[in-house]
Design a protein around this ligand. Structure first.
Ligand SMILES: [Zn+2]
Length: 230
């Protein structure tokens, strides 16, 4: 007797195919309980030690931080340049490794955390280099980017429907953001407003309006659904 689905040879006693789990059916053969023609296959359970891997990752981040700190202290007897390395590593760790410590990391919490660490790192660089670009440029741009990204991720996560509206709105907001970036650059470096941001603004607003139009217009959406399986 053979499986009707996958064609593997079956013992008459088999009730379901051991390979593809299809019900075994043969109208002429009465079922009798007997030994299976091959042993039961139990795939070995692989145990992945998550915390062990995270511990190794943490050490990988700590080693270069410690080495640079020690070299800096030995050469300069102060934290001169190792602060940048350690700060960069800390931002990378908070952004990529810290969420992995949680079983179900919530991006609505971890995205603002990552941006906050990056903003603090930028503040550190600005203060150490005697720059004056943190408050008028880096802080507002990073802050607005954090708010925009967190809002989009939160809406996508908690809204059941209307994802096209969210993406459309996000594109329009991104266009507005490009104008703000140009404004902050002009204020910080006292350059002239040349309206380069009009181009990304126009592109983003067109894409955003197109997405919203698709969301509003039901026939258009269903025809696109059929064509692109979205
Ligand atoms: Zn089968």
């Amino acid at each position: 007797m053979y499986c009707v689905n996958c064609g593997v040879e079956l013992k008459d006693s088999e009730k379901v195919c051991p390979l593809c789990k299809t019900m075994v059916f043969h109208p002429d053969i009465p079922r009798s309980v007997g030994e299976k023609p091959y042993p039961e296959y139990n795939p070995p359970v692989r145990r992945f030690n998550r915390f062990g891997a995270l511990f190794v990752l943490t050490v990988i981040f700590l080693i270069p931080a410690l080495i640079t700190l020690l070299i800096d202290l030995k050469i300069n007897a102060a934290v001169i340049w190792s602060g940048y390395v350690i700060g960069g590593l800390a931002v990378g760790y908070i952004t990529f490794v810290l969420p992995l410590w949680f079983r179900r990391p919530n991006p609505v919490i971890f995205i603002p955390c990552a941006f906050a660490s990056a903003i603090l790192f930028l503040l550190y660089i600005c203060l150490n280099t005697g720059g004056h670009w943190f408050l008028p440029l880096a802080f507002p741009i990073a802050g607005i980017a954090a708010i925009l990204l967190t809002a989009v991720v939160a809406l996508l996560r908690y809204l059941k429907r209307g994802k096209l509206y969210v993406f459309g709105g996000a594109f329009i907001a991104l266009g507005g953001f490009s104008m703000l970036i140009e404004m902050f650059i002009c204020i910080t470096f006292k350059t002239r407003f040349v309206f380069w941001s009009v181009y990304p603004l126009a592109a983003c607003v067109s894409v955003g309006l197109l997405l919203i139009a698709i969301a509003v217009c039901k026939p258009l959406r269903s025809s696109l659904d059929k064509r692109f399986f979205i």
